[in-house]
Design a protein around this ligand. Structure first.
Ligand SMILES: Cc1ncc(COP(=O)(O)O)c(C=O)c1O
Length: 395
């Protein structure tokens, strides 16, 4: 018998945290580093939300709550889904979690048995692959590439479907590619899933962060069967990463098993944080609009500045706050992989980005730039990238 379970080795960690730690180490030695690696809004949580938490604390909201969250927050989530996505959701199908990550964990763990297949975007958010493997399932990557605009089409999904396909994970707007699924993509993927009785797990954490007037489509609005699991959270659009607040909208038959799982994991979300969540959803939404506007301005500035760099290719991100840049030509010429390149960029050039391989095997050859920094810093960061690539290629 080994001391550790074999299951625990199937888990991988998010690379962005490791890159941030490396960048901080270099900073501690006195070197200036521009941060473009971490997927965390640089904005502070809006004041009205912070005030609501403080008031809740003052009133004694420091206790356990029901496992799926306080009814008022579950109702506020259902209301916002109906306002923003145009879909009616019963608040009893809403389960509050500690971040979208716990929502993803609970969703996959509640439906995946040994050998069940889960189709997921690769490159993509690493938890999809990691948790599927942890659950004993088989992660089936759907390769996103520049040639398909980093989108997932129903045809591509259909090709990967087998009798063991339990779920298809979609994420739009997409981390790390900044791509957005079109209406026909989402509708078609729901149809493919329903035909084969598979679930669609839809990670919509970036849904209002859309550019160029684009619209978000949730699979919930096309579903004819009760097969869609929506996972979402407050981290990105309300700049609430550290509060750890998210939710699942689960099909009715999954509510009870998922509640039991969440009860064993965390008992309940923090009580005072849930009151802050109600304020986030029901209070003014101006700060969300301002942040989205700032991300779009940064996207525009980044796209303009990137034109100065040779030997790279990239698409114009349509949502989220990332640009995914193909640096394969540079890697081949300098004989490095993306992780080695990122280490060199931090140490020698004072610029931190995320290596594409940390977002899945098909992310190799790319780096991710996050717009969670000021325009001024992003421009300086890209200047450093330009200098770095020019120097490396000259040698
Ligand atoms: C696509 C995606 N889903 C889920 C999460 C997890 O967010 P949370 O902070 O709510 O756990 C992230 C965080 O980066 C993400 O990018």
């Amino acid at each position: 018998m080994t001391r550790t379970s074999s299951r625990v080795y199937k888990i991988t960690q998010e690379g962005a945290f490791a890159v941030l730690a490396k960048a901080r180490e270099v900073e501690a030695k006195g070197k200036n580093v521009i941060h473009m690696e971490i997927g965390e809004p640089d904005f502070d949580t809006p004041e009205n939300i912070k005030r609501a938490a403080i008031e809740a604390l003052a009133k004694g909201a420091t206790h356990y709550t029901p496992t799926p969250g306080i009814p008022e927050l579950r109702k506020a989530i259902a209301e916002r889904i109906s306002t923003d996505l145009g879909v009616n959701v019963d608040w009893k199908n809403v389960l509050v979690t500690l971040g979208c990550k716990e929502a993803i964990f609970a969703s996959i763990m509640s439906i995946v048995d040994d050998g069940d297949e889960v189709i997921y975007p690769n490159p993509g958010y690493p938890a999809y692959e990691s948790i599927t493997a942890y659950a004993g399932g088989k992660p089936v990557p759907l390769r996103l590439s520049e040639s398909n605009e980093f989108r997932m089409t129903p045809e591509e999904v259909n090709e990967l479907m087998t009798s063991r396909t339990k779920a298809i994970i979609i994420n739009s707007p997409h981390n790390p590619c900044g791509s957005v699924l079109r209406k026909e993509d989402v509708k078609g993927i729901v149809e493919v899933a329903e035909d084969r009785n598979a679930f669609v797990i839809s990670d919509e954490i970036y849904y209002p962060i859309l550019f160029d007037g684009l619209k978000h489509y949730s699979p919930l609005s096309f579903a004819k069967k009760d097969n869609v699991i929506l996972v979402d959270g407050f981290s990105k659009r309300y700049a609430m990463t550290g509060w750890r607040l998210g939710y699942v909208v689960a099909p009715s038959d999954l509510v009870e098993p998922m509640t039991k799982l969440l009860n064993n994991l965390t008992s309940c979300p923090n009580q005072f944080v849930q009151y802050a969540g109600i304020e986030a959803l029901r209070g003014p939404q101006d700060s969300v609009k301002q942040m989205v506007k700032a991300y779009e301005e940064r996207r525009n500035a980044v796209m303009e500045k990137l034109k100065e760099i040779e030997n790279i290719t990239y698409l114009r991100p349509q949502g989220a706050f990332y640009a995914f840049i193909n640096v394969q030509k540079i890697l081949s010429r300098v004989g490095m992989n993306s992780e080695q390149l990122v280490a060199r960029l931090i140490e020698d050039y004072g610029v931190a980005v995320l290596h594409g391989s940390s977002m899945g095997a098909y992310g190799e050859g790319f780096i991710r730039i996050s717009f969670a920094n000021s325009v001024e810093n992003l421009i300086e960061g890209i200047s450093r990238l330009k200098r770095a690539f020019n120097n490396m290629l000259r040698r």
